[in-house]
Ligand binder design. Structure first.
Ligand SMILES: C[S@@+](CC[C@H](N)C(=O)[O-])C[C@H]1O[C@@H](n2cnc3c(N)ncnc32)[C@H](O)[C@@H]1O
Length: 220
């Protein structure tokens, strides 16, 4: 891609992920306290898909001290910077954390590898959500947990209006789904929904367990 279109996309990319460049947004603390702290074991393997600036991945890595955390994202800039920051931390706390450049639809890990899959404010951007969920079902251990955190159609107006406005101009379109649509996505991909709740008035957390063997998805 080149010229004005390329520049527009590059500039929008910088602006688009402004919130996630702020590595520790307050909702991460709420998620850690209310959702992840009670659910995790120090030996767990976790993948944080669409990890952005990696703040949540780091927080998760601080809990699973004898396990492993993978932060995965399609944005090369993030992954390069994050891996450099991890290099600097090598002597310290983050030996159990790696960042990987890949997409949710093609995850470079074996079947039944992870105990937990976290997707925070990323699912709405996926162009092939069903394919992503099939990949997640493949890499998640049977009985493992999937947590999708996303703003949603029933979110408060102060969340939905700026998102709608943003979508008008953005080359990265975010789909806003309803709580029912999240449930349907989960169930069709072989996940039983074990909980669903709002965390901040803006984000809905849908938690599923993969009770069914992976389903093959051939197209959108
Ligand atoms: C709004 S940021 C959220 C970052 C972080 N999870 C957080 O909670 O702050 C969305 C991220 O999803 C990533 N993303 C979008 N589509 C993706 C896909 N198909 N596979 C992997 N990552 C994706 C983007 O590159 C971006 O970093």
């Amino acid at each position: 891609m080149s010229g004005v279109k390329g520049l527009y996309k590059a500039l929008f990319h910088e602006f688009m992920w402004l919130d996630s460049k702020y590595t520790h947004p307050p909702y991460h603390n709420r998620l850690m306290k209310e959702i992840f702290h009670p659910a995790l074991d120090k030996k767990d393997r976790i993948i944080d898909i669409g990890c952005g600036a990696g703040g949540l991945s780091r927080k998760l890595a601080q809990i699973v001290t004898e396990g492993e955390v993978v932060g995965l994202d399609i944005a090369e800039g993030y992954i390069k910077t994050l891996n450099r920051s991890i290099e600097r931390d090598k002597s310290g706390d983050y030996k159990n954390l790696v960042f990987v450049l890949a997409s949710a639809e093609d995850i470079p890990y074996p079947n039944n590898y992870f105990d937990h899959v976290v997707v925070s404010e990323s699912f709405g951007f996926w162009s092939e959500p069903k394919r992503g969920l099939a990949e997640i079902n493949r890499i998640l251990k049977t009985g493992g947990k999937l947590y999708v955190v996303n703003s949603h159609k029933e979110a408060q107006l102060w969340v939905r209006i700026p998102e709608k406005f943003f979508n008008l101009f953005s080359p990265y379109k975010e789909n806003l789904y309803s709580s029912q649509e999240f449930r349907e996505f989960f169930e069709r991909a072989g996940f039983a929904v074990v909980d669903q709740k709002e965390v901040t008035g803006a984000s809905l957390v849908t938690i599923g367990s993969n009770v069914v063997a992976p389903i093959k998805i051939s197209s959108k």
